[in-house]
Design a protein around this ligand. Structure first.
Ligand code: AMP
Length: 249
């Protein structure tokens, strides 16, 4: 079984993002970039399938700038076999990403696509669902457990107040939730080995996909500033403040 894992280069989750002064987006200058955390979980799951001999090949794919090769090399160092970069410096919306991934699926014919449930930069939570719809494949979103069966895969999903298990016929799309696994750190020897693994570079035009934006970002703003807390010296003062200042009692 061939597994395709889309990985996105995003601002590192530890970075405190700054909104640009013209409110058109966030400042990316000199900011640490990393693999989207949900995609690390997807790579880990795919590599575990490879180690269990359930998967025969894991292909990582990223759509983004030249530097997205860093995230693909990380996927290779974690254990993916080869990688494809679809190079573009343009902003790519989930629909464009899904169309490009559809083209990659048609060329590569994976039986399973494992991807993040959400990219932590745009928080869209759309690409996996759109890809499944474009391919006409079943989807198991927010996976916290994945078990491969014969011609199918069982996915346990985190839903409000509990878990739901669905059985998908293959080929299928799975999107990962936080508790699916704990991604490994790539060891130094594996980082070195990853440098020699194949990484193909393509462009959206190679796949004949139009990535013109359909959405316009109207405005990006910082969250409202929180006012500083105060220390109170007694329970009576606390109750008085909650009643008369905060109005929550
Ligand atoms: P989103 O729908 O933007 O929240 O992203 C959901 C998932 O789609 C991510 O976790 C990735 O697995 C995949 N994805 C989104 N954008 C890209 C991209 N530019 N390159 C590769 N994968 C992507």
């Amino acid at each position: 079984m061939k597994v395709l894992v889309p990985v996105k280069r995003v601002i590192d989750y530890n970075v405190k993002v700054r909104v640009k002064s013209d409110q058109t987006g966030v400042d990316l200058a000199n900011v640490k970039m990393s693999m989207n955390p949900f995609d690390e979980i997807a790579v880990e799951e795919a590599v575990r399938l490879l180690e269990a001999k359930t998967a025969t090949e894991v292909v990582a794919v990223s759509i983004g700038p030249e530097k997205a090769q860093d995230q693909l090399r990380q996927a290779l160092a974690m254990g993916a076999d080869r990688a494809i970069l679809i190079k573009t410096d343009d902003e790519v919306e989930p629909l464009s990403v899904a169309k490009l991934l559809k083209a990659v699926c048609e060329a590569e014919k994976p039986e399973l696509v494992i991807m993040g449930k959400q990219a932590i930069d745009d928080d869209s939570n759309q690409t996996g669902q759109m890809l499944a719809a474009l391919m006409g494949w079943p989807q198991g979103t927010f996976a916290s457990k994945v078990v491969k069966g014969d011609g199918k895969v069982s996915v346990t999903r985190e839903v409000d107040g509990g878990l739901q298990t669905v059985s998908l016929s293959l080929p299928a799309v799975i999107t990962t939730d936080l508790r699916l696994n704990e991604p490994r750190y790539a060891s130094l020897p594996n980082i070195m080995k990853a440098k020699k693994k194949p990484l193909d570079v393509k462009t959206p035009a190679d796949f004949g996909v139009d990535i013109k934006p359909r959405l316009k970002v109207v405005k990006v703003t910082e969250p409202a500033k929180r006012s500083a807390g105060v220390k109170v010296d007694s329970v009576a003062t606390l109750i008085d403040k909650l009643k008369n200042e905060a109005g929550v009692l």
